[in-house]
Write a protein that binds this ligand. Sequence first.
Ligand code: SF4
Ligand code: SF4
Length: 181
Amino acid sequence: MKFERYGIGVLKGMAVTFRHLFRPPITVQYPEEKLVLSRRLRGCELVWYPEKCTGCATCAKNCPQGNIEIVTHVGNQNNYMVDKFEVDTGRCMFCGLCVESCPYEALAMGLCYEGAKYRRRDLVMAKEALAISDSRKPSAYARPTIEASLPKQSLLVYWDRTDGGQKLSLFPLSKKRGRGV
Ligand code: SF4
Ligand code: SF4
């Protein structure tokens, strides 16, 4: 057993504290500042591509929660027309199995993480609300082809200065810190 003089441990601890006293803070001022999240995030939303969806219902069959409701009718060209595509995101565990199982890449996980609502019924999303739009972007989870087009993740410990990564600044309120969105 190594013997240390009484008080050495306290001095070591204080040295660590002292070192951190002058280090710039590595937190971000959420929600004013937001980091760019992982490109492969399974966010709390699903993004649906109406023009790709064939109404095959493979996603609904693979959902362990029975969470996806699809109603179709047969169109003029003997294809399925989707009348209803509804997901109850209040019951969804965002496992991504529906996304992985879609044979036409018509469903993707989204990048949203601020989906709280006051009423449970507001969490049921119809096809208009699920459709891809400028404000509803897909993540690259199970969709590697779009990964390169998404912004690179910024982490507090990520020091890629050339590509919009986290930059620690001596000035805590500098706009350079935590630059994400
Ligand atoms: S993410 Fe999982 S739980 Fe949610 S709808 Fe898809 S398969 Fe169902
Ligand atoms: S999202 Fe994919 S799996 Fe689901 S009905 Fe449309 S094409 Fe089929």
